[in-house]
Design a binder for this molecule. Sequence first.
Ligand code: FCB
Length: 391
Amino acid sequence: MNQFPENFLFGAATSAHQVEGNNAYSDWWEFERIQKLDPSGAACDHWNRFREDFDLARALGHNAHRFSIEWAHIEPREGEWDGFALSHYEKVLEALRERNIIPFVTLHHFTNPVWFTKKGGWERNDAAERFARYVEHVIERLAPKASFWMPINEPWVLVSNGWLAKKWPPGKRSFIGAWRAWHNLLDAHKKAYGVIKRYAPNSKVGFNVAYAAFRPTGRKNPLDKFATTLARYQDTTAMLNRVKYFMDFIGLNYYRGFSVSAIPPFIKELGERKTDLGWGIYPQGLGQALHELWHYQKPLYITENGLADANDSQRPRFLTDHLKQVLDALHDGIDVRGYFHWSLLDNFEWADGFSPRFGLVAVDYQTQKRTPRPSAYLYRDIIQSHRLSVS
Ligand code: FCB
């Protein structure tokens, strides 16, 4: 297959805390201060500039856009609902519709209201109910304005960074805490699925996973193969098995591949070429991910894929190599329906701060000036022709 289907969705993704700015009621805001991290501050000021950013997305050919709604804005204090914040997101959705851009809405992208985290956060027994209450507030009002929803972004990434690696809030190392948070996040996904379906039965609710590609170091070594199966199970299968009856599609975020062995060093990153963050570039892993996830027989959307590359030296090839994997998967009969590059804009990359540059569009944080990188135009040409070979 050398052409994308007519109705294929092409866009880019962002998340609230990483681009909006001034997320002062969130646990991340406080964490940045306490840990003396690069403060997210005004970020890309996308809260005020979303219209011009969507103008750019439109000019760059995007027909879909993924963004997240910030719980800490909607419920800044426990039980207090900020109507102004809800109207804001209503305007965001209207702005996308006016530009014929289909929204994919994430309801939780790593950040929580600080009151929630202080009261035990995702470890609490009633965490999923609290989240479902927030979702209901959003959905009551916004359901008619979007058809694609993803309740929770990358649950396992949140758990491993927050409860095992101590890199993200709540900054703990606790296996019991990690287990409880994991369990509650999946429960929250299921509850949110129910709430969304109640208000908007025709909407599509997806489960989002960070999908690393794993391959056994010794291709025929049974121990390496077993280790790979275990890694797969722990990373995604365990979650997908729990939510498989509560998903209309899978949103997969693909960045990296690893070879796995039964003896130390157990795991080794694949890909000779490296991004600015030192991550290996391994496009075949995206093809592998699509094949493996097709096991669930649900439509697949690549809801994130990208790289830190400040001078845009690798992004053009990265884009075409990964999109080629998508075309091959389509050719093999896999139902892939969309691709969202991470990210539309340079943004706040969590504990790594502002230095990694993931944007199709460069942001000057002093002036907030936006400048599309050459790869943004390459992507536009691919979108316009629905083909990779454009010259
Ligand atoms: C993903 C996150 C996203 C961004 C990229 C680089 O794990 O969902 O917010 O940080 O990595």
